[in-house]
Design a protein around this ligand. Structure first.
Ligand SMILES: Cc1cc2nc3c(=O)[nH]c(=O)nc-3n(C[C@H](O)[C@H](O)[C@H](O)COP(=O)(O)OP(=O)(O)OC[C@H]3O[C@@H](n4cnc5c(N)ncnc54)[C@H](O)[C@@H]3O)c2cc1C
Ligand code: SF4
Ligand code: SF4
Length: 434
């Protein structure tokens, strides 16, 4: 299917809420809304839309293509088929103890961003943080100091659209760092293709690993379980401050208690049940288009009060150099890791990727619009599944298509009571402030 406008992508359930379409629209015709049970979605104002299709050109929901990896130097052959290009794999952590403690894993993403800020003359870091006024919602932020970066450490398991403010990178005086999920990084790369002057403006693109973004409904369920009324929350952390750390709410008017639950309870029992449809069709969970990607080395039992560790992959030569320079400059501690650590740590992500070809085949047969992927060897991966999982990838998808009515376009309605409409702030004023 050929898409002309971004609302068709939403109707066909292909949007994953990165926000890049809003940044690409010069006519400011796109407003983002966090629909509580769907995710962040663009709403097009038909009066302002000039039908230029810039929004469609940057959308990672429609298609994702790998260039051949052979221009990247010596990639690790055993990883290339199912984990994308990897030049080097390490385990490590931020040398700064506060960043290591506050970080989601070992604080590697923040430590590398800080190194670029302090030693590579980056002017800032485009990433996401909680909205100060409504802490259950996330917003794009441009951090320019250690304090700002530390305040925004930690995974936020709810919709977040860092690409909404890609214009801040264009406007910044020096190159910037970008941190986002794998699909956010794909959007960044597409935006770069559309705006080649941006190539000089990216100091480093960092991706976090991602098993799927839960809708905001999941966060509300956590609050319900903790007995907290949403309006009472001053701060909400999903993890970090320990490894993996607790999911924790700080209350506005009551310092005497901090309702919390373990990561296993919040992610395992609640959030993982609120995944977005589009994430089930994601081919890249480990940031294959980034310069560096960071995840959890979950390959061993964690001891009590264990300090955080990150699994770090250099995806490009530039990424490898910056990681090594950050180590020399004392920002990050590293030890080389056996590439097999990826499979042992992230088996579930591999399982999802292996199912993908079967899921897409069923969608094609049922004439449900599906994303187009080039260069992912999905069929080869699917062949590696046991027979029962092959059948499940086909049958499970068929069941969902029928029971959830995916053959029909989705009609999105915004409910002002429950959905969050992103404010229309000017880019300039945000980039100029702390
Ligand atoms: C939706 C989601 C799913 C995840 N699934 C996995 C998984 O399957 N396997 C795994 O190993 N790890 C997963 N993680 C965790 C994350 O990849 C790791 O914790 C990673 O190692 C980063 O840790 P760090 O200590 O280096 O990051 P930190 O130094 O704490 O920095 C985290 C950075 O991520 C940014 N960020 C946080 N949440 C989001 C978001 N929702 N969207 C965009 N940017 C964000 C922050 O702005 C910050 O810059 C997931 C995280 C999220 C948000
Ligand atoms: S660019 Fe991002 S937010 Fe816009 S439609 Fe595509 S996936 Fe959704
Ligand atoms: S699973 Fe894929 S599509 Fe979904 S949020 Fe993560 S990177 Fe994006």
């Amino acid at each position: 299917m050929k898409f002309k406008r971004i609302d068709q992508v939403v109707e066909r359930r292909l949007c994953m809420g990165c926000g890049a379409c809003a940044a690409a629209c010069e006519n400011r015709a796109i407003t983002l809304v966090d629909i509580r049970d769907q995710g962040i979605r663009p709403i097009v104002n038909a009066d302002q839309c000039q039908q230029c299709s810039s929004c469609v050109a940057v959308c990672p929901g429609i298609d994702v293509s790998h260039q051949p990896f052979n221009d990247r130097g010596s990639i690790i052959a055993e990883l290339s088929q199912e984990w994308g290009p990897a030049l080097e794999v390490w385990e490590g952590y931020a040398s700064d103890p506060e960043i290591r403690y506050c970080g989601s894993s070992g604080g590697a993403a923040t430590a590398l961003a800080l190194f670029c800020l302090e030693k590579q003359e980056a002017s800032g870091v485009l990433h996401i943080g909680a909205r100060p006024d409504t802490p259950l919602e996330n917003m794009a932020v441009y951090s320019r100091s250690r304090a700002e970066l530390v305040a925004r450490t930690g995974s936020r398991y709810a919709p977040a659209a860092p690409c909404e403010k890609l214009s801040w990178i264009q406007e910044a005086s020096c190159p910037s760092v970008f941190i986002g999920k794998p699909c956010d990084v794909v959007a960044l790369r597409k935006f770069q293709t559309m705006n080649p002057e941006l190539n000089e403006k990216i100091c480093l693109a960092i991706s976090i690993f991602c098993a799927g973004t839960p809708t905001t409904e999941g966060t509300y369920k956590i609050l319900e379980k903790l007995g907290v009324v949403p309006e009472e929350a001053r701060e909400f952390r999903y993890r970090g401050c320990g490894w993996p750390g607790f999911t924790k709410v700080t209350l506005k008017d009551d310092d005497s208690r901090t309702p919390q639950m373990t990561y296993e309870e919040s992610w395992g029992n609640i959030l993982s049940k609120y995944g977005q449809i589009r994430c089930r069709l994601c081919p890249d969970s480990t940031g294959e288009f980034a310069d560096v990607s960071c995840g959890d080395p979950w390959y061993r039992e964690l001891g009590p009060d264990e300090k955080g560790w990150s699994l770090i992959i250099a995806r490009t030569e530039k990424g490898r150099q910056i990681v090594q320079e950050a180590r020399k400059a004392g920002y990050i501690e590293l030890q080389n890791a056996d590439p097999g650590i990826l499979l042992r740590s992230q088996n579930a992500l591999l399982g999802r990727r292996r199912q993908l070809w079967g899921r897409l085949l069923t969608m094609r047969m049922m004439r449900v619009p599906m994303p187009r992927y080039v260069g992912f060897s999905l069929f080869k991966s699917w062949l590696g599944l046991p027979v029962k999982d092959k059948i499940r990838s086909l049958g499970g998808t068929l069941k969902r298509i029928v029971s959830r009515g995916w053959t029909k376009p989705l009609k999105l309605t915004v409910n002002p009571e429950t959905d969050y409409v992103f404010p229309d702030v000017t880019d300039e004023c945000q980039v100029g402030q702390s």
